[in-house]
Design a protein around this ligand. Structure first.
Ligand SMILES: CC(C)(COP(=O)(O)OP(=O)(O)OC[C@H]1O[C@@H](n2cnc3c(N)ncnc32)[C@H](O)[C@@H]1OP(=O)(O)O)[C@@H](O)C(=O)NCCC(=O)NCCS
Length: 169
């Protein structure tokens, strides 16, 4: 990895950089909810991307109950990690993605460790995630960050207790 991983709340300043990474290096399904729009990175899908990421601007206590962070290394936006309040109180769900060229270099693990620190600082006790058995990258990242994994058919539920998270290094 070329430098320390830093998380910066997604805002109007970095939103276009995030969109550029997504368009150049990710599939729409990996970075935003499905929308009814022509396939690929059509104009409508880019607009929906901006709208979706703007829902996180108000943070954990806003209407979307979500805080989204741009993942930066050496000042360059490489992807995104978020946390969203979910029941029971003190719990957030995380989701994350990186541009293809940033994958497989430890950025995912470092970003999730940073997110765990921010969640703990926000008073959270548990971070959960949903993925699928065939998403080896996500499963590895979650396991490396101390998640207890529960599998049901193809679905994988991950649960990280912040009380038990070892200090990041
Ligand atoms: C999931 C994702 C963020 C992983 O981040 P990453 O930076 O590539 O992961 P890291 O480099 O930190 O790797 C962590 C571990 O996962 C392993 N890994 C990463 N990608 C992998 C892959 N595609 N297949 C198998 N193992 C993989 C690494 O070898 C490493 O293993 P180790 O613990 O034995 O060293 C990235 O692959 C991605 O953006 N995927 C598309 C979006 C997505 O699926 N998001 C998850 C939604 S929950």
């Amino acid at each position: 990895m070329a430098g320390a991983v830093r998380l910066e709340p997604v805002d109007e300043e970095n939103l276009e950089s995030l969109l550029s990474v997504a368009v150049a290096e990710a599939e729409p399904d990996d970075v935003m909810p499905p929308v009814d729009a022509p396939a690929g990175w059509s104009h409508a899908r880019r607009e929906a991307f901006r709208d979706y990421y703007r829902t996180g601007f108000a943070g954990l206590d806003g209407p979307a109950r979500t805080r989204m962070y741009a993942v930066l290394v050496g000042g360059e936006v490489l992807g995104m990690i978020r946390m969203t309040r979910c029941p029971p109180p003190g719990t957030v769900e995380t989701g994350f993605w990186l541009g293809r060229s940033a994958r497989g270099q430890g950025v995912g693990v470092a970003a999730l460790r940073e997110l765990l620190n921010l969640a703990a600082a926000a008073g959270m006790r548990t971070v959960v995630a949903q993925t699928s058995r065939d998403n080896a990258g996500a499963v590895s990242v979650l396991r490396r960050c101390g998640a207890v994994l529960t599998e049901k058919d193809d679905a994988v539920h991950a649960e990280i207790s912040l009380d038990a998270t070892p200090p990041p290094h």
